[in-house]
Design a protein around this ligand. Structure first.
Ligand SMILES: [Mg+2]
Length: 387
């Protein structure tokens, strides 16, 4: 069979705030072949990503992404790989192409799983192992709000929790200590604490280092994203100064960037996002690469359960931690339901049903669908379609 159609759906909350919450809008991709349907989600800014799908060829290194997808042969994991390879080769200089490819690749794997009646992870061979779910959320606006959020987690099955972004790193180190102390106290002694500083130190190793004492005092399980993803030298220098394991990778836009972090950044956890790095195919490549080098692979997910299922497929064959967004937006809930709740042991699994193992709720999503048209020289390049 051949790929018959690719549609993208721009969804958005009525109000989008200037906070580190990527679930305020969404770009879903729907791919069809032979009467079957697959879904994927890009973790990216929707409008430039839609533009990458259809923008007229600039030159031979900048084709519209859809050129490599529509009409392509499709019947096996190898055909997913061939479409993936062709997009990369035709869009070398189109930076948004990897984000667009991510949603398409996920949708292709979902489509293949549905055609063959198998969960995606089963194509990778080694089973589906439980993950220790960690509750992922933003720091509160002040330490008392962080404490209250931690107390909420303490009353659940979660065995680990991460606090990130918000005010952390933007003020004095003493304020960061107050936040981390509040999180630690709120969680209690039996829940692991992880911290995400959201690239706040940019390239400044000294400013980051001023937080080492605090993070070590509270035995933080990992220190995520002190710097921009590409600041590999800075990661390496900080890693040599602290016993706290560094974690990064959500900002990697392709598998090579993630491999560089693994090889040269001194990180001990790699956290790519399947919706950004090139989909399940690229994320699986990174997961295998990390395992061979004793770096732990952990999903990055902060949007819907569709994205969460996609993020667990590449690493279903290993135990470890898994990020579960717990303060999901109204939009994320509309896409694929409320936040997953771990079992009494704090575990979650990748779904066992075919494909991604869940259904998107078109009716619930419809109120968030954005009307969009892209025109060029009087020609309509893109018009949003109904769900
Ligand atoms: Mg993060």
């Amino acid at each position: 069979m051949k790929i018959d159609s690719v549609d993208a759906f721009y969804l958005r909350l009525p109000t989008v705030s200037d906070i580190g919450d990527g679930s305020q809008d969404a770009l879903l991709v729907r791919v069809t072949a032979g009467g079957f349907v697959g879904w994927g989600e890009c973790e990216s800014a929707p409008l430039p990503t839609i533009a990458a799908l259809v923008a007229p060829m600039s030159h031979s290194a900048c084709h519209p992404v859809l050129d490599a997808v529509l009409g392509a042969d499709f019947d096996s994991p190898e055909s997913v790989g061939e479409i993936h390879r062709k997009v990369k080769a035709q869009c070398i200089d189109l930076l948004q192409a990897d984000h667009a490819l991510s949603g398409i690749d996920i949708a292709l794997w979902d489509l293949l799983g549905r055609i063959e009646g198998r969960p995606i992870w089963s194509f990778f061979g080694a089973g589906n192992f439980p993950k220790t779910a960690y509750a992922s959320q933003l720091f509160g606006d002040d330490p008392s709000a962080t404490y209250e959020a931690a107390r909420e987690v303490a009353g659940t099955n979660f065995k680990a929790a991460k606090f990130g972004w918000g005010p952390i790193g933007s003020g004095a180190p003493e304020l960061d200590r107050d936040h981390v102390a509040a999180a630690r106290e709120g969680l209690g002694a039996n829940i692991q604490l992880l911290v995400d500083t959201g690239c706040i130190f940019e390239h400044d190793v000294e400013r980051a280092s001023a937080r080492i004492a605090c993070f070590e005092e509270f035995n933080v399980g990992w220190w995520e994203e002190p710097f921009y993803s590409g600041a590999i030298q800075e990661y390496s220098r900080l890693a040599s100064r602290t016993r706290i394991p560094l974690a990064a990778g959500e900002g990697a836009h392709n598998a090579d960037q993630a491999k560089h972090l693994i090889d040269y950044g001194g990180i001990r956890f790699i956290q790519v996002d399947t919706g950004r790095i090139g989909g399940i195919s690229s994320a699986r490549e990174v997961a295998r690469y990390a395992r061979e080098r004793s770096v732990r692979y952990v999903n990055h997910t902060f949007t819907s359960n569709l994205a969460l299922s996609a993020s667990l497929q590449p690493c279903a064959d290993q135990e470890g931690l898994a990020e579960i967004p717990v303060k999901t937006s109204e939009l994320a809930v509309a896409i694929a339901g409320a936040s997953w709740i771990p079992d009494i042991n704090g575990h979650i699994w990748a779904p066992s049903r075919p494909g991604l193992g869940l259904d998107v709720d078109a009716k619930a999503m419809s109120p968030f669908l954005q009307d969009l048209e892209i025109r060029w020289q009087g020609q309509v390049l893109w018009r949003s379609s109904g769900l």
